[in-house]
Design a protein around this ligand. Structure first.
Ligand SMILES: O=P(O)(O)OC[C@H]1O[C@@H](O)[C@H](O)[C@@H](O)[C@@H]1O
Length: 291
């Protein structure tokens, strides 16, 4: 496989960012004055046609192995194919890139046959004081179809064993680790082992990270599913692109529409899913001695 071209670099007064045309994958967002927010594995392969481990992969038109459980590649075909950058604008305040992908960008007919529909996907990435991502899918065919989608964000955390994820209290979820449906989230989620949960939730989420002294606020729009994933030590050992020590430094909190929340579009209809991240600095440790 040939090497992936270098990502495009975006910058404005409030942030810098990097995006690979392959998968329109954002792999870096550093808001000015803060540490990086998106985790990118130092051992990921950067090869054409291979999934990049980190940043924000786009999963579409199916999630994981799809509704029937037998689709490949995992998470759909758009994350490993090149998208077209349609436009780019930069101001003092923000840098905005617009990417496009249609069924004609799928070169392999066998792959295309797995989702035999005409569609147009538009992805707007705004690097500014917040990271704003918007994935719009339009049905350009003459019949209706269903699809799944996820913005599979890898968020940097100081130590996943010490974070608290707020906003999912009361939500039902499918636990993919124990293979159980209909579980109920009570209180905040404090990951303590391998975590792979598909929540029925359109609520905003806050990842509180006492180690880095910050919280990441995630605001979703048009997303009825939130997926939370971390492989933990044992499973990560079998994922060479995560690295032995990498797993504790990230958590995936994904804005999605999957399984029972798959999106149905009639001809000419468009669905938009939005995912925004903002950084909040946590107040200092009240127990700390004054300087
Ligand atoms: O290794 P991949 O294909 O990038 O997927 C990573 C994970 O992505 C998550 O979204 C899924 O819920 C997990 O089951 C999966 O393991």
């Amino acid at each position: 496989m040939s090497e992936l071209p270098a990502p495009r670099r975006f910058s404005c007064r409030h942030a810098t960012g990097l995006v690979h045309d392959q998968g329109a994958q954002v792999v870096d967002w550093i808001p000015t004055g803060h540490a990086p927010v998106l985790w990118l594995s130092p051992s990921t392969a950067l090869e054409r046609g291979r999934a990049v481990r980190g940043g924000v992969p786009i999963c579409f038109p199916w999630f994981a192995e799809g509704p029937s459980g037998d689709l490949e590649p995992k998470h759909g075909f758009v994350r490993t194919l090149p998208w077209e950058m349609q436009s780019f604008e930069s101001s003092d305040h923000e840098a905005v890139a617009v990417y496009r992908f249609t069924e004609e960008d799928v070169p392999d007919p066998a792959l295309r046959a797995l989702f035999p529909h005409r569609f147009e996907a538009e992805y707007v990435v705004r690097f500014g004081p917040e990271l704003e991502l918007e994935l719009s899918v339009t049905n350009t065919d003459e019949h209706g179809f269903d699809f799944e989608e996820a913005l599979h964000a890898y968020l940097v955390v100081g130590d996943v064993r010490r974070i608290r994820i707020e906003g999912l209290d009361g939500a039902r979820y499918r636990d993919k680790v124990t293979d159980r449906d209909g579980c109920l989230q009570e209180g905040p989620l404090e990951p303590a082992a391998e975590t792979d949960r598909v929540y029925e939730s359109s609520a905003d989420v806050r990842v509180v990270d006492p180690v880095l002294g910050r919280a990441l606020r995630i605001r979703k729009r048009g997303s009825a599913t939130t997926v939370v994933w971390n492989p933990w030590a044992e499973k990560a050992a079998g994922l060479p692109d995560v690295g032995a020590d990498g797993w504790s430094g990230f958590v995936c909190v994904e804005g999605a529409n999957v399984q029972g929340n798959a999106v149905h579009l009639e001809p000419e209809e468009t669905h938009t899913m939005g995912y925004r991240v903002a950084v909040e600095t946590l107040p200092g440790d009240p127990g700390a001695s004054p300087a």
